[in-house]
Design a protein. Structure first.
Length: 154
């Protein structure tokens, strides 16, 4: 009887631990970006490397497990897509703060100089899901965000 009770308790604990593990998938951000590139209408974009994270976002590469970034190269459009996976929850929090600051910077820049792009920017944003942080700024925000969510949300 005691063995049976012990086995049942152990099984219940395993089930509850398995249920707590959900919420965030393990995503390959390079693949997510490739999926987005296939549907992007703006073809004048360039990829950023790890060396671009600090000067453009203030993000320390030591906080980053993986990332993908694709940015308008013309200077006249606001398109900017960046996904990062923080090494841990604290790193993800720091990354989100930096992307929030970048989003606000874009808001300030576009408000007076690119009013049409500013209207598009206001429909976009920075999001965090577990250790994954994203900023998608694109007229195709809803479509791109669905691709991203499918990759990182459980």
């Amino acid at each position: 009887m005691k063995k049976l009770l012990s086995l049942l308790l152990a099984a219940a604990m395993l089930c509850s631990l398995a249920a707590c593990g959900g919420g965030t998938k393990q995503a390959d951000l390079t693949k997510v970006m490739a999926d987005m590139k296939a549907v992007l209408s703006n073809k004048e974009m360039t990829e950023y490397s790890a060396e671009d994270l600090m000067p453009n976002y203030g993000i320390d590469t030591a906080d980053v497990k993986q990332f993908a970034a694709y940015v308008d190269s013309t200077g006249i459009k606001g398109d900017e897509i960046i996904f990062l996976e923080g090494k841990d929850a604290d790193a993800a929090k720091r990354i989100k703060e930096k992307l929030d600051a970048r989003y606000q910077q874009k808001e300030t820049e576009m408000k007076d100089y690119l009013p049409e792009e500013y209207a598009m920017l206001k429909k976009c944003g920075v999001n965090q899901n577990g250790n994954y942080v994203s900023m998608i700024v694109s007229p195709q925000y809803e479509e791109l965000n669905k691709i991203y969510d499918a990759a990182v949300k459980g």
